[in-house]
Design a protein around this ligand. Structure first.
Ligand SMILES: Cc1cc2nc3c(=O)[nH]c(=O)nc-3n(C[C@H](O)[C@H](O)[C@H](O)COP(=O)(O)O)c2cc1C
Length: 341
């Protein structure tokens, strides 16, 4: 069924097909129809960050930036949904075209630039949804907020989303917001983490619940840099790390149509880089912080590979675009078949 839909959707421009798919998934969700389109994945409950997940396969950030189709995605069988990246104020993102498919490589290049309707709109959507499962809200900074003041934007978003999120992801790894990735290093990272952790404590008091904080990192750091991030996360008391966002590398897409477009590359070509980042994190963290793995899961066996590398949960984006909802169940099954450690 998805193969047919995909043939039609892939005739449209990537962004038109993205918008149409979101509308259809959203409408199907409101009618409660999406569960009929695909067989539900097996139950594979896990507890991570103190949260209960029906299965460890989630939707990665960026597909539902505004929380427009939360119910629809949940009915497809995802064990958790991450919406956003959302910024304090609405912003249009980069000029179109800004998403490119590279089907020969099962890859996507995007330079969306955090196009979103702002945090207040996202909250209205969350409140209107009837989803009761694990909901991550991924937060970022507005394009025109200077990077030295990025922390202000993250705090504005954290304050607003705190009461409505199961966990909050701090996105410091999009390659499409100038300067953002500098927040992954040295004192900038430490100051950001300290400010967020302090606010998390204040909000926990205020709301009487502790909402876990995850940070999402890039696959383009050296091993030493990744280890430094891991140490900073433990020191500051963060709750999880998401590895990884898209890559700036073009290995695997050289010479392909759109292969040299600017932006972040995702899908199969980022798989090994992302898995390597998971392994480096896992070796350093030694179980002190859970790892959520994203990057190049285009088949169930690659979801299992991420878990074997040290992840506790996985997320899908590009693989979901190419393979459709069947990839969720396939991933759950492959993870369930792993020998138990
Ligand atoms: C079109 C597109 C938009 C994305 N937008 C976001 C975003 O807003 N925030 C974010 O944290 N990650 C975003 N991502 C990154 C994905 O969440 C994921 O980390 C990355 O694509 C690697 O996974 P994949 O290979 O399965 O796609 C985006 C990815 C794509 C392809």
């Amino acid at each position: 069924m998805y193969n047919l839909a995909r043939q039609l959707l892939f005739k449209l421009s990537p962004e038109t097909s993205h918008d149409l798919s979101l509308d259809l998934i959203g409408a199907g969700g409101r009618l409660g129809l999406n569960g009929l389109l695909c067989k539900a994945p097996a139950q594979l409950p896990v507890n991570v960050m103190g949260l209960d997940f029906p299965n460890p396969v989630g939707l990665a950030a960026g597909l539902d930036k505004n929380g427009a189709a939360i119910d629809g995605f949940s009915q497809l069988g995802f064990g958790f949904i991450e919406i956003g990246t959302v910024t304090p104020r609405p912003q249009p993102g980069n000029p179109k075209p800004r998403i490119f498919r590279l089907p020969e490589a099962e890859a996507i290049i995007n330079r969306m630039g955090f196009n979103n309707l702002g945090v207040d709109n996202l909250l209205a959507r969350v409140k209107a949804s009837s989803y009761k499962g694990v909901l991550g809200i991924n937060i970022g900074k507005n394009f025109d907020t200077p990077v030295e003041r990025a922390v202000d934007d993250y705090l504005i978003c954290l304050d607003k989303v705190y009461a409505h999120a199961s966990y909050v992801t701090v996105n410091v790894s999009s390659p499409n917001t100038p300067g953002l990735r500098s927040l992954q290093f040295g004192d900038s990272l430490k100051q950001l983490l300290e400010a967020l952790r302090q606010r998390q404590e204040d909000l926990a008091q205020q709301h009487g619940k502790r909402v876990p904080l995850a940070i999402k990192i890039a696959p383009d750091m050296s091993d030493e840099e990744t280890v430094e991030v891991a140490r900073a996360l433990v020191e500051s008391g963060m709750d999880a790390v998401i590895a990884t966002n898209t890559t700036l590398s073009r290995v695997g897409v050289e010479g392909l149509e759109h292969g040299d477009e600017a932006g972040g590359l995702s899908g199969a070509p980022v798989r090994d880089k992302s898995t390597h980042t998971v392994k480096v994190l896992a070796a350093e963290l030694a179980g002190r912080l859970p790892i959520i793995a994203a990057g190049g899961i285009t088949e169930g066996r690659y979801a299992a590979e991420k878990m074997a590398a040290g992840a506790s949960l996985v997320q899908l984006y590009s693989g979901f675009i190419y393979k459709g909802p069947a990839l969720i169940r396939e991933s759950v099954d492959a993870i369930a078949a792993l020998p138990r450690s």
